[in-house]
Design a protein around this ligand. Structure first.
Ligand code: MN
Ligand code: MN
Length: 474
């Protein structure tokens, strides 16, 4: 073979991954940047699972989706084609009914809308050295030092002893106060932090939120700094100390989503794991005009703590939603039909992967690591130490998805989270796999994942949206 022939053959038989910007036309780059503006607003307005639910609900309503719980007892057969359902204010499911029956299987995309953060404990408030603090218990996988000395906002709900509830959001509006976990000055940190292993230098019990320093009354009043805060809460919200017991208050970074870089090609923000996928699947679902198979989107809570609990992927929500869809579509709703529907369904576990970090290449295996700017990432298996705890997608299903993406010019890459035995992580894929659906992890790669300021590529966001859309249309 001559050189030319070899070059031609090489092109045919070797795998090549390229940067999205080599492929995007000007109009598409513009579309990606416009989409990123909508995405940043979605992030800023939905920093907790409850707020994300509200964002998603509003978008669905605007796009003509009907709250299933409003019509379930009234209408049959279905007169609507688009439905959604909210579970305990923390999860959403939405679907566009297809031309084919629901029992013939749905194309499902499932993401999660919870993110690592600091949750207030149930007895949080105390004072020390004339300062008032709130104790926290961190939620999800964090590097504790990243949460020190940054402005934090408090979001959540308090259910008061009379049963009424109040929403709280302090630290987001201009002029709002914020909270912070103060860090030790470097001058005195040598023994406490500097000479220790990072895992030991920062303690969970020291992640206490500074929340006040003005006393109520004079020195004869005990705990008057704590009392100063309690009085403010009482005046403002009518809440008393015991109401913290039935509250869910989450401290999250108080800053807004920003463009990153001279070229503004990236987005830096809190909570992109996994709201970048939630946003992409929401835009994909609401853009559908008519599909053959039923298209469904699931937005779950509690992924970051192992998908445990009543609002997680293990909660039975998907079975409940699909059986309601069968009902609304005038199909049988017995358990055998539901099982067939699940076994016939195909699912993308829409979650992020860690992008290879140029400063820490040693934790990645470069042939199989995902990169920023290389498009939607297919992760065949997750887990750690010999694929333990993995969902390992079948070759046939991976083949189906890569061919779909190739056919529609979706730039994709593959990604394995870190070198073997370097660590690892799972997603909700394995819990949905138990229902019998084919499932594959598929989402963009982030830098600084799980940090208060995660980095995503705008072009990756765009490819993720496009990929999810084609999956729905499959
Ligand atoms: Mn995730
Ligand atoms: Mn995560």
């Amino acid at each position: 073979m001559n050189k030319k022939e070899i070059e031609k053959l090489k092109k045919e038989i070797t795998k090549k991954e390229t940067n999205i910007f080599d492929h995007l036309k000007k109009a598409e780059t513009d579309a990606a940047f416009r989409q990123a503006e909508r995405y940043k607003a979605f992030l800023d307005n939905g920093k907790t699972e409850r707020e994300a639910v509200e964002q998603i609900r509003q978008t669905l309503e605007k796009s003509g989706f009907v709250n299933m719980d409003d019509v379930l007892d009234k209408q049959r057969p279905a007169i609507h084609k688009k439905y959604y359902k909210v579970l305990k204010n923390k999860c959403v499911a939405a679907a566009v009914l297809g031309k084919n029956s629901v029992r013939s299987g749905a194309n499902v995309i499932a993401s999660h809308i919870d993110s690592p953060r600091l949750d207030l404990k149930q007895n949080p408030l105390y004072e020390d050295l004339d300062l008032a603090f709130l104790k926290t218990h961190y939620y999800g996988g964090i590097k504790k030092y990243q949460w020190l000395s940054i402005p934090l906002a408090l979001h959540g709900i308090v259910v008061k002893k009379d049963g009424s509830s109040i929403d709280i959001c302090i630290g987001e509006a201009d002029g709002d106060p914020v909270f912070t976990v103060s860090d030790l000055l470097p001058h005195l940190a040598g023994n406490q932090q500097g000479s220790k292993k990072v895992s030991e230098a920062f303690e969970g019990e020291k992640l206490n939120l500074l929340c006040g320093s003005m006393p109520l009354g004079n020195e004869t009043i005990k705990e008057r700094f704590k009392l100063g805060v309690l009085k403010l809460l009482y005046d403002q919200y009518g809440m008393v100390e015991s109401d913290f017991v039935s509250a869910e208050l989450e401290a999250v970074p108080a800053f807004k989503a920003k463009d990153v870089g001279f070229d503004r090609s990236m987005i830096g923000a809190y909570g992109q794991d996994d709201r970048i996928c939630a946003f992409s699947q929401l835009e994909a679902l609401t853009s559908l005009e008519g599909v053959d198979q039923t298209s469904a989107a699931l937005f779950f809570d509690k992924e970051e703590i192992g998908s445990e609990g009543t609002t997680s992927a293990k909660s039975g929500f998907i079975e409940d939603f699909l059986s309601d869809l069968l009902f609304m579509n005038n199909e049988p709703t017995d358990s055998r039909t539901l099982r067939k529907c699940l076994m016939n369904s195909r699912c993308l576990s829409a979650d992020v992967n860690g992008a290879m970090d140029p400063d820490y290449k040693e934790v990645h295996e470069k042939l199989n690591a995902a990169r920023l700017g290389r498009g939607i990432c297919i992760t065949k298996f997750t887990g750690a130490r010999g694929k333990a705890g993995a969902s390992d997608a079948g070759a046939e299903f991976v083949g189906l998805i890569r061919n779909l993406f190739d056919k529609h010019n979706i730039l994709w890459q593959t990604g394995e989270l870190g070198k073997i035995d370097e660590g690892g992580g799972g997603t909700l894929a394995k819990f949905l796999a138990e229902l019998g659906m084919d499932i594959l992890d598929c989402g963009p790669a982030l830098l600084a994942m799980h940090s208060p300021f995660e980095i995503a590529g705008k072009a990756d966001l765009y490819m993720t949206y496009k990929g999810y859309r084609e999956f729905y249309c499959m």
